[in-house]
Design a binder for this molecule. Structure first.
Ligand code: AGP
Length: 625
């Protein structure tokens, strides 16, 4: 999704800071990039933007530098665009400007009434240069500034008025030529402010961090994390003004809002590759640490208890989520049902039309980013119908965390690869603990000690898989297959779905996940000797026996079988390859099995030379519905 970084107070480093910030937002996925700078005395904002990757923007800036025309300024903003309205092109890239080049805007989100605004502005003589919805914003501000009630010397009132005319979702930053101030607002799209040490000092009495006097605005903290760890999350409808004196945040009526300056608890190095070829691989290998962090202080094995900092006693649960998080939600729902709590799982984008009665349900939004538009929308829908909501998220300060009644943080640390890996394992683990805590409340924690020791062992078991996996050899054998199937039952059904999603999104190979029992109801028609089938089979109970029956069905159609198993059943007899996992109860085996499938997906994609961390057409955080 689109990325924003903007700053005031970086002096001669402004352009470098912006380009560096864009590189840190690179992981979100984008198809064009641009910068805009201004300094006191300028009559227009200098803009350079290019379709394509950041490298193309860098080249354009280098050429401008060589020609002595590089944009310069002490106030700047930059953007990576993931196209929605109009294809990727130089013209459609942000920043966008008004007719005079005096007002520049970067925007994330969608302006739903842009066509109406554009028609009005074109009728008033404004000339548009792009096909984007965003371009209405600078023209609208220009139009207002031309009126008698507004003044160029202080553009804030005109900008505020423009914001009230926008419908849809937006995080917007506005720069006006020659003005050493940036203006910003948000509605249903994240925007975070990076406070300078001086601002932090006034709020907390501490002093640290480089670059006193600089203030940042961004769609995501990594954009400025190297310069400050002090952040302020903007709420819907709030308006920020940043200048060399710091920042002021006001509500929609102009009243000053006292904000808390929070401290980010992860290091800038956490957003580097640390020697791994890809962020995805690094994040797969970070899973033991991520799981330890997720479990820390929450599992009391001696006391036989789980202690989570959430206040819930649900009669029923509805999960809403998308993509990988939906698979974690399916897993969570299964565990809640085991705990005796009726639980349903909805694709967030379908929740509003499903209109399930919420009554006494707790609605749990599972979202690593906490910013997925479909999930936020489903949670809002649930709230508007009176439900209590809980966000299961990785992102402290995210919209989901702030809007929900309760938040359960999965504590994975930053995940940069578009393909979710460690956050999925942490979501599974957090939901596992949540279900156990509810079982405990209901006096149904029969196997609590076994479950707690399984959780305790989980990080070490994941490490053992990472150390010993033969997934690379399996990937090598099947890298040329045209299609891949993944099957599992119970808690392993979501693992099958996730295994297939991971493979398809990063390798671009066709892959499908099925509940094992469903194969014979249709998909079996597609199974041939060229369809590797990955079967997740753990334990030696009835579910394992049934899945082995399904394995035999595909085997007799000549399909190669890869069993992901703890070896307690005889599935290995029917499999061409075995990817081993340690013996564990089903609920943690589902975490372990998934690690093997992550590795298979990674190695297939790597052998095919795919851009693993930024697969085509995909974005890390999907902030449009
Ligand atoms: C999976 O690898 C993807 N990144 C995607 O399916 C993702 O899980 C989905 O877009 C939901 O994101 P969220 O967890 O941030 O809400």
């Amino acid at each position: 999704m689109c990325g924003i970084i903007a700053c005031v107070g970086c002096g001669d480093d402004t352009l470098d800071t912006l380009v560096h910030g864009l590189s840190k937002l690179d992981y979100r996925g984008y198809d064009s990039a641009g910068v805009a700078l201004t300094a006191p005395g300028d009559e227009t904002v200098a803009v350079v933007k290019r379709e394509g990757k950041l490298e193309r923007l860098r080249e354009a800036l280098d050429q401008a530098d060589a020609a002595g025309t590089a944009p310069s300024g002490t106030v700047g903003m930059a953007h990576t665009r993931w196209s929605t309205h109009g294809p990727p092109s130089d013209a459609n890239a942000h920043p966008h400007t008004d007719c005079s080049g005096e007002v520049a805007v970067v925007h994330n989100g969608i302006i739903e009434n842009y066509q109406t605004l554009r028609d009005e502005l074109e009728a008033a003589g404004h000339e548009f240069r792009s096909e984007t919805d965003t371009e209405v914003i600078p023209h609208l501000i220009e139009d207002l500034l031309a009126g008698p009630e507004y003044d160029h010397a202080d553009p804030e009132p005109a900008i505020r008025e423009a914001m009230t005319r926008l419908e849809g979702s937006f995080a917007v930053v506005v720069s006006v030529a020659g003005v050493e101030t940036l203006f910003a607002s948000r509605q249903d799209n994240p925007l975070v402010l990076g406070a300078s040490p001086r601002d932090a000092e006034s709020a907390s009495g501490e002093r640290s961090e480089p670059r006193a006097g600089a203030t940042y605005l961004a769609s995501d903290v990594p954009a400025f994390r190297e310069f400050t760890d002090r952040v302020v999350y903007l709420e819907n409808g709030e308006f920020a003004r940043i200048d060399t004196d710091g920042f002021t945040i006001t509500d929609s009526d102009g009243g000053v809002v006292e904000k808390t300056v929070e401290t980010v608890d992860w290091d800038p190095e956490d957003t580097g590759k640390s020697g791994y070829d890809h962020f995805m691989l690094k994040e797969i290998y970070e899973q033991p640490r991520a799981l330890r962090q997720c479990l820390q202080g929450r599992v009391d094995e001696m006391g036989g208890r789980v202690t989570l900092d959430v206040d819930i006693e649900p009669e029923r649960v509805q999960f809403v989520a998308c993509g990988t998080s939906y698979h974690a939600a399916l897993y969570g729902a299964e565990l809640f049902r085991e705990a005796g709590v009726p639980a349903q799982c909805f694709l967030a984008s379908e929740y509003a039309t499903s209109t399930p009665p919420v009554d006494d349900a707790l609605v749990v939004g599972v979202t690593q980013s906490g910013e997925t538009a479909d999930t936020l929308s489903a949670l809002r829908e649930a709230r508007s119908r009176g439900a209590r909501t809980l966000a299961c998220t990785n992102t402290v300060g995210s919209t989901a965390a702030r809007e929900c009644d309760e938040a359960l943080f999965i504590r994975s640390g930053p995940e940069i690869g578009v393909a979710a890996t460690k956050t999925f394992a942490s979501q599974q683990t957090a939901l596992n603990m949540l279900a156990l805590s509810v079982a405990q409340q209901r006096g149904r924690a029969g196997t609590m000690r076994e479950s707690l020791s399984a959780l305790r062992d989980l990080p070490g078991e994941v490490q053992a898989i990472l150390d010993e996996s033969s997934a690379e050899a399996v990937a090598e054998e099947f890298v040329d297959a045209p299609s891949y199937f993944f099957i599992g039952r119970g808690v392993h059904y979501p693992v099958a779905l996730e295994g297939a999603l991971k493979l398809k999104e990063i390798s671009y190979k066709h892959a499908e996940g099925f509940a094992s029992g469903e194969l014979k109801h249709g998909p079996l028609a597609l199974v041939t000797g060229e369809t590797p089938v990955f079967a997740v089979v753990t334990g030696d109970g009835p579910l394992a026996t049934k899945t082995i029956g399904n394995v035999k069905e595909v085997e007799s159609r000549d399909a190669p079988v890869v069993a992901v198993t703890d070896g307690r059943s005889d599935v290995g007899r029917y499999a061409d390859h075995v990817l081993e996992i340690p013996e564990a109860p089903p609920r943690t085996a589902a975490v372990l099995a998934n690690v093997q499938l992550q590795l298979v997906a990674y190695h297939v994609a790597d052998m095919l030379g795919r851009p693993i961390d930024k697969p085509r057409n995909l974005a890390k955080s999907v902030t449009v519905e």
